[in-house]
Design a protein around this ligand. Structure first.
Ligand SMILES: [Zn+2]
Length: 411
C-alpha cells in the first residue's frame, strides 16, 4: 500500500485541476512518436471524483495506468485505458486506485482503445495485506473483448491492477538482499531516457573465464516473468552444493530491470521514447539497450558468454530459442536442459525455436549472432500461479547450473 491520502478538502480544492486533468485524459491520445524521436508524453496523472457515489478514481503512484473515467449510471463507470504509443503489442496494462467513502458495489466497463481485455484483474482492498484475483463470475468479457468488472469495495482506497505489481522499490530491496548474500558488485551501466540509473549485478567468480547473462523487465507489464527471474536468480545464489560449484566457475551478470521508465509510468510495452526495447538489439537507438550491450561487451573482454536468459511473460509458459543453436541437438546444454524440464513438468513448457537471422532485433537473436551462446527468451504465462512459477524457476535453475557445469570449460 502506498498510503496516498486524499482529504475531503483536497478533493474539493482539486475540482478545477481535476477537470483539466480529466479533459487531458479524455482528449485524443498522442499515439505517434514524433519524427525527431522525442519521448512519448507521460500519462496525465490525477483524480476522477464522483461525489454522488462517494467514489474517487486515481492513477497516482508508480506503475498506475488509467486514461479516463466517466459515470454511465449510479455505480457504473466506463474506464478507459490507453497505451503510451501506437501501434503496440496487445498488453493492456491497467492499474489504479478507487477511494470509497463507504462500502460500495460498482461495475467498471473496461475499454482499451483498439485492444481486447487480456489481464484478469487483481484487487487489493483497503486494509488487506495481499492481492487476490477478482473471482471469475465478477468479470464478464464480451465478444468484442470489452470487460465488465464488478467489485465490492470496503471504505478507503482499494487498488485494482492487471497483475500484482512488482514495483521498482521492491526490486531494489530484493537486489540489495541478493548483493548482501553474494557480495555482488553493483555496476551502474548507464541511465534510462528519464535519467534512472540502470544497474548490472555481478556475482560468482570474478576471475571466471565464462559468464552467464540474465535480463528482465524489458516489457513493464510482464510481472510473472519478473517474479520468475527473481526466483531463478535466488536459486543461482543459493547456499547449496550445486550453486556453490556453479559460482566457483561462472560469473553471473544480472540486469533485473532494463526498462525502469516504462515500469514507473505504467507502460504497456515501451520505454519513455515509445520504443519496444526488445526490437532495438543491434540497432541500439535507445540508451537502455546500449547500456546493457556496452556493459556486456566490457564483461566479455576476457570471458566467453556461456548462456543468456531473457525473462518475459505471455499467455503461456514458452521458451523461445534459436533454431541454429547447436546446443539444441541431443547432448547439448539447451536440449538436455529443456528435456529435463519436460520430464519434471510434463507438457508445461513449449519450446519455439526461431531463426537467428530474424530482422526483429530481439535480444535473443542479437545475443546468439554476436556471442554464439545458447540463449532463451523465458516466457512465463500471465496466469501461471506463484507456486508453479517458483517451483519451475528453482528446479529450472538447478538443472541449468548442473547442465552448464557439466560442459567443457572454455579454453
Ligand atoms: Zn516481453
Amino acid at each position: 500500500m502506498q498510503g496516498i491520502g486524499v482529504s475531503e478538502d483536497m478533493r474539493r480544492a482539486c475540482w478545477i485541476p481535476i477537470v483539466m486533468l480529466a479533459l487531458l485524459a479524455f482528449g485524443p491520445p498522442v499515439l505517434a512518436r514524433s519524427a525527431d524521436g522525442a519521448s512519448v508524453p507521460p500519462q496525465a496523472r490525477g483524480l476522477w471524483p464522483f461525489p454522488d457515489d462517494g467514489v474517487t478514481f486515481d492513477n497516482l503512484g508508480e506503475g498506475a495506468r488509467l486514461s479516463g473515467v466517466s459515470r454511465t449510471a449510479p455505480g457504473h463507470y466506463r474506464v478507459t485505458v490507453l497505451p503510451e504509443t501506437s501501434p503496440i503489442n496487445p498488453s493492456p496494462w491497467y492499474a489504479f486506485g478507487i477511494a470509497a467513502e463507504r462500502p460500495v458495489r460498482i461495475t467498471l466497463d473496461m475499454r482499451y482503445g483498439q485492444t481486447r481485455h487480456r489481464y484478469t484483474p487483481w484487487l487489493l482492498p483497503d486494509g488487506a495485506d495481499a492481492w487476490a484475483t477478482v473471482a471469475g463470475d465478477a468479470v464478464a468479457v464480451s465478444e468484442a473483448g470489452e470487460a465488465a468488472i464488478t467489485l465490492a469495495l470496503p471504505a478507503g482506497r482499494s487498488r485494482i491492477s492487471a497483475q500484482p505489481p512488482v514495483r521498482l522499490d521492491a526490486i531494489a530491496r530484493w537486489q540489495a538482499a541478493l548483493v548482501a548474500r553474494t557480495h555482488a558488485d553493483v555496476l551502474p551501466i548507464g541511465t534510462s531516457v528519464q535519467g534512472r540509473t540502470l544497474e548490472m549485478v555481478a556475482f560468482g567468480n570474478p576471475q571466471a573465464r565464462e559468464a552467464v547473462l540474465i535480463l528482465g523487465r524489458q516489457h513493464p507489464p510482464e510481472t510473472t516473468g519478473m517474479r520468475a527471474l527473481q526466483a531463478f536468480v535466488d536459486s543461482v545464489a543459493a547456499d547449496d552444493p550445486v550453486a556453490r560449484a556453479f559460482l566457483a566457475r561462472f560469473r553471473v551478470l544480472v540486469v533485473p530491470v532494463v526498462n525502469p521508465d516504462g515500469v514507473a509510468d505504467g507502460h504497456w510495452r515501451t520505454n519513455a521514447n515509445g520504443i519496444d526495447l526488445n526490437r532495438d538489439w543491434g540497432l541500439f537507438e535507445q540508451p537502455e539497450t546500449r547500456a546493457v550491450a556496452t556493459a556486456l561487451a566490457q564483461q566479455l573482454q576476457d570471458r566467453s558468454l556461456a548462456f543468456a536468459l531473457d525473462f518475459h511473460s505471455t499467455w503461456h509458459d514458452i521458451f523461445y530459442t534459436v533454431t541454429e543453436d547447436p546446443s539444441r541437438a541431443p547432448g547439448g546444454v539447451m536440449h538436455d536442459w529443456l528435456a529435463e524440464l519436460d520430464r519434471r513438468f510434463p507438457g508445461r513448457i513449449i519450446e519455439r525455436p526461431g531463426p537467428a537471422a530474424s530482422t526483429s532485433h530481439v535480444f535473443k537473436n542479437w545475443a546468439f549472432r554476436t556471442y554464439g551462446a545458447p540463449v532463451v527468451t523465458y516466457e512465463v504465462g500471465d496466469d501461471t500461479d506463484a507456486g508453479t512459477l517458483a517451483q519451475l524457476a528453482d528446479f529450472g535453475a538447478h538443472a541449468w547450473m548442473r547442465r552448464l557445469g557439466a560442459t567443457a570449460p572454455a579454453p
